[in-house]
Design a protein around this ligand. Structure first.
Ligand SMILES: Nc1ncnc2c1ncn2[C@@H]1O[C@H](COP(=O)(O)OP(=O)(O)OP(=O)(O)O)[C@@H](O)[C@H]1O
Ligand SMILES: CC(C)(CO)[C@@H](O)C(=O)[O-]
Ligand code: BAL
Length: 284
């Protein structure tokens, strides 16, 4: 695996490969890699000749009271895992490479409010603009044919799809399934903030989402009642709920009776970390 530290090097090497007709798949990450990231890498390998992974903890997408400084940085271990997976290139930009004039003085890319102000966007103002800005910069440096994003961050995947469509970026966006621990907890770098007791409890988030899914599949359309019940259960389990929502998969608006393609999405703090998870529900 070759490490790419700077923009010019990355652009030159990858452009040359594209000119030879190679198809490039790109997996952007913030590092502290787990099986969730590695399945995205497997998907990338199936989609292309060359796989590029980036590790960059993007300051622009963190709020002032979030964990930018504490975010786990485990480059050596990550690099070893990616080498074992047969990744071709690891791009490791610095803040100066991404935001040469400083992040406060950088052009931003913002996807419409109706997609970015709700769910995670409501409690993390500016977060998605930070994500779309950095993803755009990374896309312009790497110029991949295809990029893979996890469905764990379902709203992020939708926002990136919309950006790609609205800006006519010639990049295919692929969603990767959520990888889970044995107890159902969605894998996440931030799970490392949990104690082992909290890890057991954290699995309740998934269990409550699944219970809600079963109710909906059984014909319950009292969505506000289901949401109230789920929030109550989470609070009883010691979570501090940010949101628990049942929305439509196409526009993330609250679901109403007769909607067929739904997403149950939730975010809740358990001790230090804010955990997110979701489940798509397709009705006949
Ligand atoms: N459990 C998972 N299954 C599938 N994809 C995942 C999973 N966790 C993260 N991803 C995806 O990996 C990519 C990089 O995510 P990131 O590096 O932020 O990892 P993370 O574990 O989600 O970290 P965080 O704790 O910050 O949420 C994103 O596209 C994200 O959706
Ligand atoms: C897509 C991403 C790498 C942009 O910083 C980040 O939001 C993430 O890890 O999901
Ligand atoms: N996985 C999304 C990155 C973030 O929480 O900032």
């Amino acid at each position: 695996m070759q490490i790419l530290n700077n923009k010019t090097d990355a652009q030159q090497q990858l452009r040359a490969l594209k000119q030879q007709g190679k198809r490039i798949a790109f997996v952007p990450t913030m590092g502290n890699l787990h099986e969730g990231h590695l399945t995205l890498v497997h998907q990338a390998k199936q989609q292309a000749d060359i796989v590029v992974v980036s590790i960059y903890v993007n300051p622009l997408q963190f709020g002032p009271n979030e964990d930018y400084s504490a975010y786990p940085r485990t480059l050596e271990k990550d690099s070893q895992q990616l080498t074992n997976e047969g990744v071709d290139f690891l791009f490791l930009p610095t803040n100066e490479t991404i935001y040469p004039r400083g992040k406060e003085h950088h052009t931003t890319v913002k996807v419409i409010d109706s997609l970015t102000n709700k769910l995670c966007g409501a409690s993390r103002p500016g977060h998605f603009t930070g994500v779309t800005t950095v993803v755009n910069i990374l896309f312009n440096i790497i110029q991949p044919n295809v990029a893979i994003f996890g469905k764990k961050d379902f709203q992020q995947l939708m926002v990136i799809r919309r950006m790609t469509e609205d800006l006519s970026l010639p990049i295919e966006i692929v969603g990767g399934d959520i990888m889970r621990e044995k107890n159902g907890l969605a894998m996440s770098s931030r799970n490392g903030y949990l104690s082992s007791t909290e890890k057991d409890k954290a699995a309740h988030l998934r269990a409550i989402i699944i219970a809600t899914q079963k109710q909906i599949e059984a014909g319950d359309t009292n969505f506000s009642g289901l949401i109230r019940h789920a929030k109550q259960q989470l609070e009883n389990d010691g979570f501090k709920v940010d949101y628990f929502s049942i929305v439509r998969t196409d526009d993330l608006e609250p679901a109403i009776k007769n909607d067929k393609q739904l997403l149950i999405a939730a975010a809740a703090w358990l001790g230090k970390p804010r955990l997110i998870d979701n489940q798509e529900v397709f009705l006949k």
